[in-house]
Design a binder for this molecule. Structure first.
Ligand code: DAK
Length: 259
């Protein structure tokens, strides 16, 4: 499929998706969000794709927020509708995808851009990355899940400080507070994300899909029950049989990645 604002390259079961609006520092407009939603739907049902890496084009920006020019004349109803739709079609979809999505944060991750990175399962940043939620400078609050995901990642107090001050933090600070898992140089960023993705892709996709579901349930009352149920279900899968057989036969597992 051809996209106007996404570059997609799939190799060795890993899709690298580059958000590509460099003239606007990859700001999220409706078309880009729509394309991302379509890509995610296609990726979910494509067995060739086992891991996704999201990054921004250029060396300056991952995503510098939602496209300010596009929502400048919205009223309350349009704002609420877009927030609801956007969360459902892109941000929640990433979080609940059955395949891991890694954000390779290669520069500014601001507003909707940081919210996008936070909806990914984890984040690797380049050392020039700057992260922040500047919505209050526009008279808004984060509208794509930022008030909910940031406190879970860094704690409520740190989230409050970032949201109230609208200040950007460095990649190093983001690492210190747990917002990103690793910081590497810009030149090494994609290579590092790909190394991690390769490792993930060699493990059982069936088990990883269950791990995503149960991790996502960790904040709910049903998390422990879901873990128990999922754990049991995995004993019935071909990947479990292959994984255990490979261990006993002292060889590398060759997973079918199917239930
Ligand atoms: N939207 C549109 N264009 C943007 C943009 C953005 N968010 N960020 C940058 N650009 C454009 C600039 O306008 C400029 O375009 P030209 O003027 O050259 O045509 C080009 O990208 C290069 O930017 P700068 O010239 O400003 O580059 P600098 O290096 O000087 O500065 C910067 C980089 C990232 C510090 C600066 O561009 C900046 O402050 N950008 C805005 C950051 C920001 O406030 N982002 C928005 C956060 S609020 C919603 C749901 C969610 C949201 C909104 C609505 N609904 C459901 C309705 C979320 C809101 C946000 O994300």
């Amino acid at each position: 499929m051809d996209y106007n604002h996404l570059l997609v390259k799939t190799e060795n079961n890993i899709s690298v998706v580059t958000l590509n609006r460099p003239e606007a520092l990859n700001a999220l407009n409706k078309e880009l969000l729509n394309e991302l939603s379509l890509f995610l739907e296609a990726a979910e049902s494509n067995p060739e794709i086992r891991v996704i890496i999201l990054t921004g084009s250029g060396e300056k920006s991952f995503v510098a927020g939602a496209d300010i020019k596009e929502f400048s004349d919205f009223d309350g109803r349009e704002g609420e509708l877009l927030s609801r739709e956007g969360q459902k079609r892109v941000f929640d979809k990433i979080e609940n995808l059955s395949k891991p999505v890694i954000a390779a944060v290669n520069g500014f991750a601001l507003g909707g851009g940081l919210e996008l990175a936070m909806s990914c399962h984890f984040r690797i940043a380049s050392d020039n990355a700057r992260l922040g939620l500047p919505e209050v400078t526009l008279g808004l609050i984060p509208g794509y899940g930022g008030t909910q995901r940031l406190p879970k990642l860094v704690g409520k107090g740190r989230a409050a400080q970032m949201i109230f001050t609208a200040e950007m933090i460095s990649a190093q600070r983001a690492y210190e507070i747990g917002l990103v898992n690793e910081v590497v140089s810009q030149a090494e960023l994609l290579e590092r994300a790909q190394t991690i993705a390769t490792k993930i892709a060699s493990n059982s996709s069936t088990a990883i899909a269950k791990a995503i579901q149960t991790l996502n349930a960790s904040d709910s009352d049903s998390g422990f029950d879901l873990e128990i149920k999922s754990f049991g279900e995995l004993f019935e899968t071909a990947d479990f049989k292959e994984g255990v057989a490979a261990f006993l036969e002292k060889r590398k597992a060759d997973f079918s990645h199917r239930n």
